[in-house]
Write a protein that binds this ligand. Structure first.
Ligand SMILES: [Zn+2]
Length: 324
C-alpha cells in the first residue's frame, strides 16, 4: 500500500511537472465531489430575482463574425481587424486601451488590452475577461480558434450589450479583452505567453486599481456544445462556490464541476496579485480535448445554448457578488 501511495505520489508530481499551458491533467485523484459546496437549490436563501437576460443568437453571431476574420495571431493584419471589430461594438462606452510592445524571441509585437468600463453605484470592480488572440505557432494554418478565443470574446460583447444603458446598483463591471495570451511556442506552457494579463495586473497594482477589484472572472473555451465547466482548484474557492450557486439557481448545475483539476490560465496573473479569481473553462473539447489548438476548433462544435449558460451564470455570479 505504501509503495502504491509512493508511486501515486510520484505520478501526481510528474503530472504537475509536465503540466502545460491551459491545463494540467486531472490531478490523479478522483474528481472532488461537488457536494462540498452548496448545490442544493432548496438550501439557498429565498431569492425571487429574475434570471439574467442574454441573447444567445446574437452572441453566436458575434462568434461567427470574429471567426470570419481568419487566424488572429499577435502582430497580424487580422489581429488589427479583431481589435477594430471589438472596438466598433463598444462605441459610446467608456473604453480604456492598454497598448505596449512585447519582445519574445520571435521579435517585437504590439499588444493591446481593451477594457470596457460600466460604472456601478458601489465602490469596487468586478472584472470579466477573455483573451482574443489566436495561436501564433498555428498562424500559417487554417486555425481560427472558434472556441478558444472567439467564443469567450463574443460572450463579453453580448454581456456589454446587456449592461449598456442599465443603471448598475452594485459594483462596476469592467469587461477585459486581454491580448497575447497564447504561447509563442509549443508546448503551450511556454513562459512567452499571457503578456496582456501580466502587464495589466502589474499596471493596476502600481496605480492602485487592483485593490478595488472584488473578483476576476475569466471565460475561456466556453462555447462547446457539450458543455462541462471544470472545477478549477487553482481558482479562489469561495468564488468557485459562488459560481456553482449561481449555476444552481439557474438550473444549469449539471454543466458545472463534474471534474476537478488545477488550470493554469489568464487568471493566474491576478491570483498571484491577491485578487479573488476564477476560471470558467471547459477543458474537455472533443474526446480527450482533441479539438483544442487544432484546425478542428470550428463553429460547428459550438452551441448558442452554451454561450447562454455561461453568460447568464456569469451575470448571476455578478449579482450574487453584489449581495455580499
Ligand atoms: Zn489556446
Amino acid at each position: 500500500m505504501k509503495t502504491f501511495k509512493l508511486i501515486s505520489l510520484i505520478f501526481v508530481l510528474m503530472l504537475f511537472a509536465c503540466s502545460k499551458g491551459k491545463n494540467v491533467a486531472a490531478s490523479g485523484s478522483s474528481p472532488t465531489s461537488a457536494s462540498a459546496v452548496n448545490t442544493d437549490a432548496s438550501k439557498l436563501l429565498p431569492d425571487t430575482s429574475p434570471a439574467p437576460t442574454f441573447n444567445a443568437d446574437r452572441a453566436m453571431q458575434y462568434v461567427k463574425e470574429i471567426v470570419a476574420l481568419g487566424p488572429r495571431p499577435i502582430g497580424s493584419e487580422n489581429h488589427k481587424k479583431v481589435e477594430n471589430y471589438i472596438l466598433s461594438h463598444l462605441k459610446g462606452d467608456r473604453v480604456e486601451q492598454d497598448s505596449f510592445d512585447v519582445h519574445p524571441t520571435e521579435g517585437t509585437f504590439p499588444v493591446r488590452n481593451i477594457i470596457a468600463k460600466f460604472q456601478g453605484a458601489r465602490d469596487g470592480i468586478i472584472v470579466v475577461a477573455s483573451h482574443y488572440d489566436t495561436n501564433w505557432p498555428l498562424r500559417k494554418t487554417s486555425y481560427i480558434g472558434a472556441n478558444d478565443g472567439a467564443s469567450s470574446s463574443a460572450l463579453l460583447l453580448e454581456i456589454a450589450d446587456q449592461l449598456r444603458g442599465k443603471k448598475l446598483e452594485g459594483y462596476s463591471v469592467w469587461l477585459l479583452w486581454d491580448d497575447a495570451e497564447e504561447s509563442m511556442k509549443l508546448p503551450w506552457d511556454d513562459p512567452e505567453s499571457l503578456y496582456g494579463v501580466r502587464h495589466l495586473a502589474q499596471k493596476w497594482q502600481d496605480d492602485g486599481t487592483l485593490k478595488k477589484i472584488k473578483a476576476f472572472l475569466l471565460e475561456d473555451m466556453i462555447g462547446d456544445a457539450d458543455l462541462n465547466i471544470e472545477h478549477d482548484t487553482n481558482s479562489t474557492a469561495w468564488l468557485e462556490d459562488l459560481i456553482l450557486q449561481a449555476a444552481t439557481r439557474l438550473g444549469y448545475q449539471s454543466h458545472f464541476f463534474a471534474r476537478s483539476m488545477p488550470v493554469t490560465d489568464d487568471h493566474m496573473a491576478f491570483l498571484q496579485h491577491g485578487v479573488p479569481s476564477a476560471d470558467l473553462i471547459d477543458f474537455d473539447y472533443g474526446y480527450n480535448d482533441v479539438f483544442w489548438h487544432t484546425t478542428e476548433d470550428t463553429v460547428d462544435k459550438l452551441s448558442p445554448k452554451s454561450l447562454e449558460i455561461v453568460g447568464t451564470v456569469t451575470l448571476e455570479t455578478v449579482r450574487l457578488l453584489n449581495q455580499q
